[in-house]
Design a protein around this ligand. Structure first.
Ligand code: NAD
Length: 346
């Protein structure tokens, strides 16, 4: 009896911990109390430009940088300060967020000449948040380099600079609407301090554990999404060849064990579902080249830890082929038409 009670208490405490670490932000656009006001932002592309807009709307003092002068001009014309290098951004910021294409860009912005960590190992920002999708190994290397630095201005209870990996789920539309989901790795107290900033750009954040775990969560999620899209597309194309319409088979899948996000929220067959990329010739959405990139990160990470993975390589091969065949900017669900030769539903 005592053992059962102890088990019940343990489960309850695990549940409470899980709930505590999954934060659904309120929909208010004004930011909540934060110890940080000056936020630097590097990488003003499709995602970053929209995230900066939301930080500005929430009242943060934002300083930006991008290697593209045009991207910076868009913000300076709005009255946002821009700097020539990441180092200069760091000089003006308590927090710096990066939103860059890949691991090598992030490494360069942190550790390159005039990078965020440039100089005498004493840096101004207390918190460095990388929201790019990169591999956990690179994240952990950079996090270590950050933890070897000191703070120029010591803060109460904040002795050293800290890095968080906080990649996002949700594409350009979610970045614009401030409804992104952040998956966060790094020290938990730093995550809690970062929440008001994340809150101005997203709807939800999930604390995933130590450094690199946010990056790990992101690439594992996208691996699952890639494979389920391939499975759904293959099933729907085979169904058509066997004489079952995609609409009917979708109904079957969505009320049976084959149901998944790719079948009931993001159906890949043109004409089956309104408002998804397949209904607008696979425009918008999540580009095949980004999916190929994320699968290459999953493959590299699996190799590094010696994980046996049959599906990563096959999925990566298929998405690389999609890009080689000229579909790199189309939504990844276009595998249905361009790899499996599935037909539109009329
Ligand atoms: P993007 O290519 O549109 O933007 C990247 C920006 O970084 C560009 O403006 C580029 O000029 C800038 N940049 C590159 N190197 C730089 C450097 N050394 N210094 C300063 N700026 C530099 O990419 P994006 O679509 O905004 O994606 C950014 C990240 O978010 C990627 O890691 C991507 O995988 C991830 N992501 C994208 C989406 C999406 O739907 N686009 C969704 C989720 C996650």
């Amino acid at each position: 009896m005592a053992i059962l009670r102890a088990q019940a208490l343990l489960s309850l405490s695990k549940l409470k911990t899980s709930l505590r670490l999954l934060h659904r932000f309120s929909s208010s656009s004004s930011h909540h109390s934060t110890q940080f006001q000056n936020v630097g932002f590097i990488g003003l592309g499709n995602m970053g430009s929209r995230m900066v807009n939301n930080l500005v709307k929430a009242g943060f003092n934002v300083t930006v940088h991008d290697i593209s002068r045009d991207a910076m001009k868009m913000f300076t014309e709005m009255g946002v300060s821009a700097r020539e290098t990441p180092y200069e951004v760091a000089q003006d910021s308590q927090v710096v967020i990066t939103m860059l294409p890949s691991s090598s860009h992030v490494m360069d912005v942190y550790t390159g000449t005039n990078g965020l960590l440039h100089g005498d190992k004493a840096i101004r920002p207390a918190l460095l948040i990388d929201s790019s999708t990169i591999d956990p190994q690179t994240t952990r290397k950079i996090s270590l380099a950050v933890s070897n630095c000191n703070l120029k201005d010591k803060r109460d209870n904040w002795e050293k600079p800290v890095m968080l990996d906080a990649p996002v789920s949700g594409g350009v539309l979610a970045a614009e609407a401030a409804t992104l989901t952040f998956m966060v790795g790094g020290p938990e107290d730093a995550y809690l301090a970062a929440r008001p900033i994340l809150q101005s750009m997203g709807r939800t954040s999930i604390y995933c554990g130590g450094s690199g775990n946010g990056s790990a969560a992101k690439i594992c999620n996208n691996l699952a999404m890639a494979v389920s899209m391939l499975g759904t597309s293959e099933a729907l194309a085979l169904g058509q060849s066997l004489g079952i319409s995609a609409t009917t088979l979708t109904q079957v899948l969505n009320t049976s064990s084959g149901q998944c996000w790719s079948s009931d929220k993001y159906n890949p067959v043109p004409g089956v579902m309104k408002g998804v990329p397949s209904s607008r010739d696979y425009s918008g959405g999540f580009a095949s080249k980004l999916m190929a990139k994320d699968l290459s990160l999953a493959a590299a990470s699996a190799e590094e830890v010696g994980h046996k993975s049959a599906l990563i390589y096959k999925a990566h091969e298929i998405y690389k082929k999609m890009c080689e065949d000229g579909h790199e900017t189309k939504d990844f669900s276009c595998v249905f038409r361009h790899f499996y030769n599935g037909k539109d539903e009329v």
